[in-house]
Design a protein around this ligand. Structure first.
Ligand code: AVJ
Ligand code: FE
Length: 420
């Protein structure tokens, strides 16, 4: 139990250091809105503390609200992102003081930690990291340099050569998990029979994607879902977000302009762009079940793993955790391959799947319906795997993310599949 308390405390501290790093800006850069898609950074900052107060102090600890008058401001369902800059939000210093007070009470509360409350602590740690990734997307939308450090030295040496696609035999596999610390939408574990298929060994690269553009990918409706074509026409989209052409393809990344590196996974594409690319390539997006089977299923042991490479996380196996501010070269991290040999399933870029976000058979809300359940339905597509910006605390073979098919400020790319 002591080791557990120490681990939880360390993870809370690490998440908070990250939040502070992402909000180490002038006040006006924290309070202004970069895009109607995003909250002002100061909203995310106070929201993570308010969420922590709600779940760990009030619900788990039975403590009275510290500042009940601010709850409404930080309720994501009361105020859509576009309206948040006009709210009487706590100014940056007050926000930092408030979340600091909550945090010291939470660290204190760890002395009474109970096994059945562990899920709430894990949930709060993941929640802060999820907002940190959202804050990174806000930074990426800003035109100014972010001041964040990239560490290209972390780039692993390229792995051995790999086949362009990997065969996954047909048959049942265990999807999802019964882990009590997983989110409700990952539970329960259940058997899914998946017909045989091929899946790309690595994510679609910028060079691959450029070939689609050169071939008139954005000019021909035939490759596009009709709603995707309407989106691309309305937006006049001709390339991934943040790309522009000056003889060669350039991209803006955290305020700097640089040539698009051909051998990295493409990112900042919408589901509609991924879907159009796949059709152009004579392929399709993998279903969510196919993605998870390729990522977790160990055919010889007849079991699903937590991570593609095994059950224990080690940092050298995937580009996770904001160690660098971009995807790595496609084909790297061969030591993180799944049993079937598929690479870079975790980290680098979130991967769009063909599947709408729904609860698994036997889904039960835990601990509140606004985490997952209210998003179930045809409006959201599932993304898998986590990006370079995802913390390992919120990355595993069962983790499910979701977003609208038009969104591309998130760090999302894709890989293709085909039926046999
Ligand atoms: C799972 C990333 C879609 O950011 O909207 C944050 C996570 N839920 N606060 C989001 C979340 C509540 C969620 N995503
Ligand atoms: Fe939240």
């Amino acid at each position: 139990m002591d080791a557990l308390r120490e681990r939880i405390a360390a993870e809370l501290v690490a998440a908070r250091e990250r939040s502070h790093l992402l909000t180490a800006l002038e006040d006006r850069d924290l309070t202004t809105q970069v895009s109607p898609l995003m909250s002002p950074l100061v909203w995310d900052l106070a929201h993570v503390g308010n969420y922590e107060e709600l779940w760990l102090l009030r619900v788990a600890g039975g403590v009275e609200p510290l500042r009940p008058e601010i709850d409404g401001l930080y309720d994501a369902f009361e105020h859509p992102r576009a309206s948040r800059p006009s709210l009487p939000l706590l100014p940056p210093d007050e926000a930092r003081a408030y979340i600091g007070t909550v945090r010291s009470m939470v660290l204190d509360s760890l002395k009474d930690l109970r096994e059945d409350r562990l899920f709430l602590y894990e949930m709060v740690i993941q929640h802060e990291h999820q907002h940190d990734e959202t804050m990174l997307a806000t930074h990426q939308l800003r035109k100014e340099p972010s001041g964040l450090t990239d560490r290209p030295a972390d780039d692993p040496t390229p792995g051995p050569p790999f086949p362009p696609e990997t065969f996954i035999p047909g048959g049942p596999f265990e999807m999802g998990t019964d882990d009590p610390e997983a989110y409700d939408n990952e539970r329960p574990a259940h058997v899914v029979d998946v017909p045989p298929f091929f899946i790309d060994t690595v994510p679609v690269s910028n060079a691959d994607y450029m070939a689609f553009i050169e071939d008139g990918g954005y000019a021909r409706a035939e490759w596009w879902d009709p709603r995707g074509w309407a989106w691309r026409c309305e937006k006049d989209a001709n390339a991934p977000a943040f790309w522009f052409r000056e003889g060669v393809w350039l991209r803006r990344r955290f305020g700097d302009v640089e040539p698009v590196p051909p051998d990295q996974a493409v990112q900042h594409v919408s589901w509609y762009e991924a879907d159009a690319y796949a059709r152009w390539a004579g392929r399709r997006l993998p279903t969510e079940a196919e993605w998870e089977k390729a990522a977790r299923w160990d055919e010889s042991a007849q079991r699903s793993r937590r991570y593609p490479w095994g059950d224990i996380y080690t940092p050298e196996r995937a580009n996770l955790g904001q160690r660098r501010l971009q995807p790595s070269k496609t084909g790297s991290f061969s030591s993180g391959a799944s049993p079937a040999g598929v690479r870079q399933l975790l980290g680098d870029v979130w991967e769009w799947t063909a599947t709408d976000f729904h609860g698994y058979p036997g889904f039960q809300v835990k601990p509140y319906k606004e985490y997952s359940q209210v998003f179930f339905g045809p409006d959201y597509k599932v993304l898998r795997g986590g990006s370079w910006a995802t913390d390992p605390a919120a990355a595993r073979g069962t983790f499910r993310n979701w977003d609208y098919p038009i969104r591309r400020q998130i760090f999302a790319g894709f890989r293709c599949a085909r039926s046999v």
